[in-house]
Design a binder for this molecule. Structure first.
Ligand code: GLN
Length: 480
């Protein structure tokens, strides 16, 4: 493997090249950053590059190799980080004007863990403002273009992270998922995207959108690479009291077990009304899983129809509370006014974009006295019912298989003026966040127009092994 093939590098290929001394980690860093800087104008996927940080880490990796020391499972691997995950000394904007010049004083736990295994952080990726959106068009820094079809969106909100992995300007990337923001862009860009169990990965240093729904997870071009990254970032972190003590098992060993005999459920609510463009591709993926020996049956998740409204009440309520900290006083941009209230109003008015303002207003409304019981409390109850649907289904099956999104990547501008149409992008993904179960998107083919389509796999809480096992066996069978 040479660095001429930078766009198709994988974690094992880099390890192999370093071991055989075909290239050094410093050479990988130079090649990756040079390539990413050259390609970025076509997609706008990176907001900030961090060459000094990548190069100093690469030098450490090369020194360790020279001394025959342990270098880590991600040694020399170029990684991109969604710009809602804080990086010490590297600007972190959350896709918002309000944090345009924010330089965090600390690293997120996930970033520390990646670097402790030798990863090279090469830059920060564009996203919808505060992770609110499904197309990346809500970024204050301009939309990202889908590298597979430049007139189309890459999905959102982690569209930049999906795009850089699809384009090959990073080997792997981190994203965040609150209602589908890892799986939907992974599906739109034709890469693997994983939303682990809630609590599996620390949220320390992830800028909060809706804390009870927020997850950090990886993007990669192969299932194996995604499993490697999850293995590195997963596990209890004392800095995040909601992170779980559950042991992190060896995903690589687990994923290579055959899937014959696994019971897979197709929730009928996810297929009703699904157009042929996506439906045909997903159905042939299911046939492939049957050929691999899985026992496929129809199941029902009866409360699915309430998921979208339930999600947009809970997510906006939590967002309105989390975003109250950007007041122009502590660490967001300040626009002065005659009174304190004017200063708040001016700072937030200038700093936040339309969608963020819409959500703060919605969330404040559903939490206000008189409406709390009717909206917020009701939504919490519905959330329990949705979670129970999953628990009940998992009594009979090992995993659930569904489409990721009702449609493939749409044109830039097509849905920006219609928030409800945009919210529908996540109708199949947000149930996973509401229930807190692990789920992922794995590429499963293309629409007649050649647009990537993803297959979604859900498993029981903390059963990432079965999820990777299905995805890996499917990938092996279909990509050879
Ligand atoms: N599109 C959904 C929203 O706008 C999900 C976003 C996310 O997962 N961060 O809230």
């Amino acid at each position: 493997m040479s660095l001429n093939n930078i766009a198709s590098l994988t974690i094992p290929a880099i390890r192999d090249g370093l071991t055989k001394k075909e290239f050094s980690a410093v050479e990988v860093a130079h090649a990756a950053i040079g390539f990413a800087e050259k390609e970025n104008p076509s997609t706008n996927a990176y907001l900030t590059f961090s060459p000094e940080r990548a190069l100093s880490q690469a030098r450490r990796v090369d020194e360790s190799i020279a001394k025959n020391e342990y270098v880590g499972v991600l040694a020399g691997v170029p990684v991109a980080i969604k710009d809602v995950i804080v990086t010490e000394g590297i600007r972190t904007t959350c896709g918002s004007r309000i944090l345009e010049n924010y330089i965090p004083p600390y690293d997120a736990t996930t970033v520390i863990r990646l670097e402790s295994e030798g990863a090279l952080i090469i830059g920060k990726t564009n996203c919808d403002e505060f992770a609110m959106g499904s197309s990346n068009e809500n970024s204050a820094y301009g939309p990202v273009r889908n590298p597979k079809a430049l007139d189309r969106v890459p999905g959102g909100s982690s569209g930049g992270s999906a795009a850089v992995v699809a384009q090959g300007t990073a080997v792997v990337a981190l994203g965040s998922d609150t209602g589908g923001s890892i799986r939907q862009p992974a599906s739109f860009c034709g890469v693997v995207g994983v939303t682990p169990t809630y609590g599996r990965v620390s949220r320390y240093g992830l800028v909060a959108y809706a804390s009870s729904l927020d997850h950090v997870g990886p993007f990669a071009r192969t299932v194996a690479d995604a499993a490697t990254v999850l293995g590195v970032i997963a596990g209890r972190d004392d800095q995040d009291s909601t992170s779980a003590f559950a042991p992190v098992n060896d995903y690589h060993a687990a994923m290579k077990r055959p899937i014959s005999g696994l019971k897979l459920g197709l929730p009928k609510e996810y297929f009703e009304g699904l157009g042929a463009e996506t439906g045909d591709v997903v159905h042939s993926a299911v046939e492939q899983l049957e050929k691999l020996g899985c026992d496929v049956r129809e199941v029902s998740l009866p409360h699915t129809k309430y998921a979208l409204s339930c999600y947009y009440i809970i997510a906006t309520a939590e967002a309105s509370s989390n975003l109250a900290r950007y007041d122009g006083v502590r660490y967001s941009a300040r626009v002065d006014g005659d009174t304190l209230i004017d200063m708040y109003r001016n700072s937030r008015g200038a700093g936040f974009g339309t969608e963020v303002k819409r959500r703060i207003m919605l969330g404040t409304y559903v939490l206000s006295a008189g409406y709390y019981d009717a909206y917020y409390l009701k939504a919490q109850r519905v959330r329990n019912l949705i979670a129970r649907d999953f628990t009940n289904a998992f009594q009979d099956v090992d995993a659930l298989i569904t489409p990721v999104s009702p449609f493939p990547a749409f044109k830039i501008g097509e849905k920006v003026d219609d928030p409800l149409a945009m919210y529908l992008s996540d109708v199949y993904t947000l149930t996973g966040d509401l229930a807190g179960v692990p789920c992922m998107s794995v590429p499963c083919g293309a629409s007649p127009d050649g647009l990537p389509i993803g297959l979604q796999i859900f498993t029981k809480h903390f059963d990432e092994e079965t999820m990777f096992r299905i995805a890996w066996n499917y990938e092996q069978a279909t990509t050879g």
